[in-house]
Design a protein around this ligand. Sequence first.
Ligand SMILES: C[S@@+](CC[C@H](N)C(=O)[O-])C[C@H]1O[C@@H](n2cnc3c(N)ncnc32)[C@H](O)[C@@H]1O
Length: 276
Amino acid sequence: MHQAIAATRTEMADPGATLVVGNCVDVMRSWSPGIIHLTVTSPPYDKLRDYKGYEFPFEEIADELYRVTAPGGVLVWVVGDRIKNGRSLTSFRQAIYFQEIGFSAHDVMIYQKKNTPFMRSNAYTNAYEMMFIMSKGKPATFHPLKEPTQRQGLEMLPHNKLPDGINKKTLKELKKEKTRTNIWAYAVGLGGTTRDRIAFQHPAVFPEKLAEDHILSWSNPGDLVLDPMCGSGTTGKMALLNDRQFIGIDVSAEYIEIARQRLGESGLPAIVRRDS
Ligand SMILES: C[S@@+](CC[C@H](N)C(=O)[O-])C[C@H]1O[C@@H](n2cnc3c(N)ncnc32)[C@H](O)[C@@H]1O
């Protein structure tokens, strides 16, 4: 691990998370290259929410993320699009930029919201965000998550079809478990996103289970996980609960304090630094 991170931990036997207040570009610039195994993050997108003041220099953030990612490391970029004045697809422009600077597109996944507030009067309710899985070379780690094979709607299971559309296996022949699809669905709101009431002092928390599922898929115990725009600390909580190391950055001191308190309520120690 880089000295700048390690130095913050020397006084604690089991240091848990490091939370840094600052612009993530400046913070990451102070690190050595190739130290991060996995980043799970969600940027502020298209001014969809009102944060406590922020800067979002996307290209500089992307450049730094590429530099600090270890060979074989993975970046999970969770992002939704807003449609305004007939313009959209910021998320895809960001994914294309990631490819241009050297990341490989490993997968384009969807985070489906099982329940979602009505958002527009003249269009269907938006119920998903993109999850771009970008890697530095081939991902060094992949632990595919499994789920029970559904016993209903078999005609809907794509892996159960031959190219001509005829079912390949009978119900009895199907395995009990199969690797998940790349569409992941989560309930949102209190009890779905998290049970931690304090987290909702932040306006845009993503589900704990989403963060955990990526952490389990793309990293190993002991790995260093980053969220450069960590908000209420969701990625950090799930990283620590799964024996990973964590460093989180947020430009807002208020959000970092929410993250610190939230981790503390789960018995997870965190130290806070200010980027100077
Ligand atoms: C979508 S929220 C992240 C929420 C988080 N995933 C959670 O579950 O709580 C985006 C965060 O990015 C932070 N942010 C925006 N620009 C930043 C920057 N340049 N450096 C660090 N943090 C930034 C905002 O303050 C906000 O908390």
